[in-house]
Design a protein around this ligand. Sequence first.
Ligand SMILES: [Zn+2]
Length: 127
Amino acid sequence: MYEPVQRCTHCGANLTLDDLRKPNCTYCGTVLPHRAQAEQHAQVVGQVMNQMMGQQAQIQNQWRQGFGLGPMAPPPPMMGTPMYVANNDVSKNITRMILIMVAVIVGFTLLIVIAGFLFAFLAAAPR
Ligand SMILES: [Zn+2]
């Protein structure tokens, strides 16, 4: 009922959408390349998220210390969580969305920093 959409890079078998949902080729057992890529992406995103959450926790702890409160418990690590591994289109889209969001946030922060430097430079420059 499914049309073959891709060939296995190892044995050349026609793979249907159903076959592509599996981690390995149905016929020769080779790990499918798009699957390996998705898992790499998920790992990278997990690392980035951990870093961001760590930074956020640091900032929050600084605020809490300012108000005389104790530090917060560190967030549980997200790496290696099986539910985070992208094995369908929805989580692949989420992975892409998170990467884009991180890129936008980093780009926006850089822009503000650069604008601040430019402004300070222009204000300090002799006329
Ligand atoms: Zn194969």
